[in-house]
Design a protein around this ligand. Sequence first.
Ligand code: AMP
Length: 210
Amino acid sequence: MIGPPGVGKGTQATKIADEFDVTHYSTGDIFREVLRDSSGLAKKLERYINKGELVPDGIVFKVVKEVIFQNRTEDWVLDGYPRNVNQAEMLGKLLDERGQHLDHALYIFANENVLIKRLSRRRVCPDCGAIYNMEMNPPEVDEICDKCGASLIQREDDKPETVKNRLSVFMEEVRELYDFYDKKNILREVNGEGSAEEVFARIKEVLEGG
Ligand code: AMP
């Protein structure tokens, strides 16, 4: 899944995983998990993530190999990875070695104002990873996770200054990545505006038809 921050990749990837019975991997979630301990890797990652910069490809590659490619599950939805052509090429090689391939590169887009608004209202559960939007999809009890009862937080990188940088980093990389998958005829574009249900209905149509 390719898309700017705030477009709903995490929310939609969870729905795809449920509907199509595949495993959801988010490199962002994997990195946030690493950040919770005070390892050397956590300190390294923090420098990039909290500023809204991409983690260097070498680290991403190592993590992807160790976490995702250790798993025997055959079918995945990869959320937030690959983020640039170099990562896409490395992913292609890893898949080739296993005789696997990508069926779809799902590109979700939305107007920048929509993204900024959504990111400022996003809250996440630090314990179970559930995602809320305080306007469109609030928890039943204010700031408390419906699923596990933990207190919700705002991601450090959802604060306004970092959001701007994340959007510009995305814009710098996306064109090439888009062309890369477009040439392979697996690029599917979906409008990410509207409710999570509306967006998912579009995704389903594209995945089932493609
Ligand atoms: P996300 O949860 O996808 O918004 O990712 C949060 C942050 O994690 C990003 O702003 C990057 O700093 C880092 N990150 C996640 N996935 C990648 C990736 N594939 N390549 C480089 N950095 C990544």
